[in-house]
Design a protein around this ligand. Structure first.
Ligand SMILES: NCc1[nH]cc(CCC(=O)O)c1CC(=O)O
Length: 338
């Protein structure tokens, strides 16, 4: 068998995630070579240059894959648009890391312990909406940059707290900075958060066969349901939408998917939370069905407002720096990819 070429970005998180997948394939006896793909976002240090990236980073990896320069690419699932990409296939979703968001606060504080007026940094409209929905009077501040620079804003005393994905922190060995793994009752993670996607060319049967060995069926079912919510809402990955599916045992002992979703206005003025449970085999339909429920109950307006009025994506009293222009850039990046 020839060497599998795995395309990766060179950020610490991307290299670590790619390394995990490479090791899993090597453990099955395959030879894997990492091929660094330098993306536009990596070379010019524009605002979009941040860990995980948005559409631009995934797009460069996908082009390398389609051109045949590499045989597989590893993405953070939550950074991929919910629609299939022509010519490509997600051949594996390895077992998911902790899907929860993580609070990194000064003095070991939790969300409940932070005082009203505390400053919390996040660049994600979903996290802004969830924090605003708590009604605790936090001041949300924009946050960009790689993980270490985000963490430094707390250790430097510039912010009281930041919110990041637990999975990213765990993967790069910074889990010790987490002061609270935020309960999904308070903040539902982004669809796909904590999961990886191993993408291949749809016509590359040999690689599909090899890579599918590291697919985790529970992870795939959960993420399929979560991404179907996003697709049903016709929302992008930067929409204020959270979703978490868990594989649970029902009373008869058979496995089911329990799916929860959240849509909220980033200014905290309104939010929706709905849930649904059903057979694992119906993961996709469950997600679409839950999206319909949310749409019927007003999600369309909330999502449209969040996209059209980015200037309102902060609660009253929050800092206005780095707001509208940055957010438009993110949405544009996602659009280009579709
Ligand atoms: N959009 C950035 C991004 N993409 C993937 C991760 C972390 C890993 C994951 O969520 O799977 C992060 C950072 C974060 O949200 O804190």
């Amino acid at each position: 068998m020839s060497v599998l070429r795995l395309g990766t970005r060179r950020s610490q998180l991307a290299m670590t995630q790619s390394g995990h997948v490479a090791d899993a394939l090597r453990a099955l006896g395959h030879e894997v070579e990492l091929v660094e793909i330098v993306t536009e976002g990596d070379t010019n240090r524009a605002p979009l240059t941040q860990m995980g990236g948005t559409g631009v980073f995934a797009a460069a990896l996908r082009e390398a894959l389609l051109r045949g320069e590499v045989d597989l690419a590893v993405h953070s699932l939550k950074d991929l648009p919910a629609a299939d990409h022509p010519g490509l296939l997600i051949a594996a979703m390895p077992p998911r890391e902790d899907p929860r968001d993580a609070l990194v606060a000064r003095d070991g504080l939790t969300l409940g312990e932070l005082p009203a007026g505390a400053t919390i940094g996040t660049g994600s409209p979903r996290r802004v909406a969830a924090l605003a929905a708590l009604g605790l009077g936090f001041e949300i501040r924009p946050l960009r940059g790689n993980v270490d620079s985000r963490l430094a804003r707390v250790s430097d005393g510039e912010l009281d707290a930041v919110v990041l994905a637990s999975a990213g922190l765990r993967r790069i060995d910074r889990a010790d900075r987490i002061t609270e793994a935020i309960d999904p009752l308070q903040m539902l993670p982004a669809p796909g958060q904590g999961a990886l996607a191993v993408e291949v060319r749809a016509d590359d049967a040999a690689t599909i066969e090899i890579v599918s060995a590291i697919d985790d069926s529970d992870t795939r079912a959960a993420v399929t349901a979560e991404r179907a919510v996003l697709r049903g809402l016709q929302a992008g990955c930067s929409a204020p939408v959270g979703a978490l599916a868990e594989v649970v045992e029902d009373v008869d002992g058979s496995l089911e998917i329990s799916l929860r979703a959240f849509v909220g206005a980033p200014d905290g003025s309104t939010d929706l939370r709905r849930s649904i449970t059903g057979p694992i085999a119906d993961a996709e339909q469950l997600g679409l069905c839950l999206a319909d429920v949310l749409l019927d109950d007003g999600a369309r307006r909330i999502i449209a407002d969040a996209q059209e009025r980015p200037d309102r994506q902060r609660p009253p009293g929050a800092s206005a720096t780095g707001g509208p222009a940055d957010r438009t850039t993110d949405i544009d990046a996602m659009e280009r990819e579709k």
